[in-house]
Design a protein around this ligand. Structure first.
Ligand code: ATP
Length: 267
């Protein structure tokens, strides 16, 4: 089906659709890698590809073959270099389609337990945050929503105890050997302490925020958990949800956001 003719070029509707899709894809890729080291790699790869098209059009066979080898190996290298961005992109698609809110898919495909939907008692957690914040003790708490967090629990010390403020405070006490790293709250219990979380490489995070906040954000990019970071330096509260970090929250804001995120049914 011919849409219009451009000189010697016949352009059909499918070609227009093709061009539109490629432009959309390139724009999405650009948005994902913008500001990160990966953006320079992306531009570099694009330039090599343009050079390849040029030497091919000029009929330089040997150079074309070299570029072809480089590009095919480069495709694999790109997957490795861009693994964070690809994961973020796929997560974005998964979240926007909202398939994961389907009960059946959650249970059988994502292997999420029905029990993760139980109400977490927020009071001991919020009370702990208030005390840690007032005492500038620092803390990192991960509250499970639906995703399985067991592999993160295994990176620390398994505790598996009832959720209580005294126990949380004991864990985060400076004198406790468990105070470093994150505490994981799973199925309404303290599952593990001293856990290592994935660190976000988001370039837009304010430089004043260090690795505790990067770990909170990184965990929220990798899972649907809610992560509370209490700053040791300023006592400020921050909450990471779905790849977003909300900083400088007061107790009421923290409670509202947690209540809405963890306990309100998804649409
Ligand atoms: N990847 C991680 N996983 C779990 N915990 C982490 C991770 N990275 C850092 N932490 C915890 O954060 C603590 C403090 O790190 P850092 O001082 O860099 O954070 P920060 O964001 O500046 O917070 P603060 O305001 O408390 O200083 C570490 O001692 C450790 O307990």
């Amino acid at each position: 089906m011919l849409a219009f003719r451009l000189g010697f070029l016949d352009i059909g509707w499918l070609d227009l659709l093709d061009i539109g899709l490629v432009a959309f894809l390139l724009y999405q890729i650009y948005n994902l890698v913008r500001g990160s080291v990966a953006s320079r790699v992306f531009v570099g790869y694009l330039l090599v590809y343009l050079a390849y098209l040029l030497v091919k059009a000029l009929g330089l066979n040997l150079t074309t073959t070299i570029f072809e080898y480089f590009i095919s190996v480069g495709a694999l290298a790109l997957i490795i270099i861009f693994q964070q961005e690809i994961r973020r992109f796929l997560m974005l698609i998964g979240k926007s389609t909202n398939l994961s809110s389907n009960r059946w898919i959650r249970r059988w495909l994502l292997r999420q337990s029905e029990h993760t939907n139980e109400r977490i008692a927020l009071k001991p957690i919020l009370d702990t945050c208030r005390t840690l914040s007032a005492e500038f003790s620092g803390g990192l708490l991960v509250l499970q929503r639906h995703d399985d967090l067991e592999k993160f629990a295994q990176s620390g010390e398994i505790i598996d105890a009832d959720l209580s403020k005294p126990l949380l405070l004991a864990i985060f006490s400076q004198y406790s050997p468990l105070h470093d790293g994150a505490v994981l709250i799973m199925r309404g219990r303290i599952r593990a302490a001293r856990c290592i979380l994935p660190v976000s490489d988001d370039d837009e995070l304010p430089p004043a925020l260090g690795f505790r906040h990067r770990a909170a954000l990184g965990m929220s990019e990798a899972t649907d958990a809610a992560i509370i970071a209490i700053s040791e330096e300023s006592g400020r509260l921050a909450l990471a949800l779905n790849g977003e970090l909300y900083t400088n929250l007061n107790q009421a804001e923290l409670e509202n956001r947690l209540e809405r995120y963890l306990h309100e049914p998804r649409g």
